[in-house]
Write a protein that binds this ligand. Structure first.
Ligand code: ZN
Length: 79
């Protein structure tokens, strides 16, 4: 019998959709993008996600981009 392999499940891996409680780390607006780094997570509003995306892509483990929901939900009010 194989010994069961217990995978650690850090909370950063288990990422549900962003909600109104998630706030941009820069400005405190509602966050639409979650960037997972080796060291933790950063949240960004659509504005700051766009502004920093090039740099973030270079260092991120994963990027969860929910800005498509913003377009449907708020029709550009957060630009
Ligand atoms: Zn922001």
């Amino acid at each position: 019998m194989n010994a069961p392999t217990t995978l650690e499940r850090p909370e950063s891996i288990d990422s549900p959709a962003l909600t109104a409680a998630d706030r941009c780390d820069y400005c405190g607006a509602r966050a639409w993008v979650r960037v997972t780094l080796a060291s933790g997570q950063l949240l960004f509003c659509a504005h700051h996600a766009r502004e920093n995306m090039d740099a973030l892509r270079a260092v991120a483990v994963s990027i969860q981009d929910d800005t498509h929901l913003l377009v449907a939900d708020e029709a550009g009010t957060a630009r």
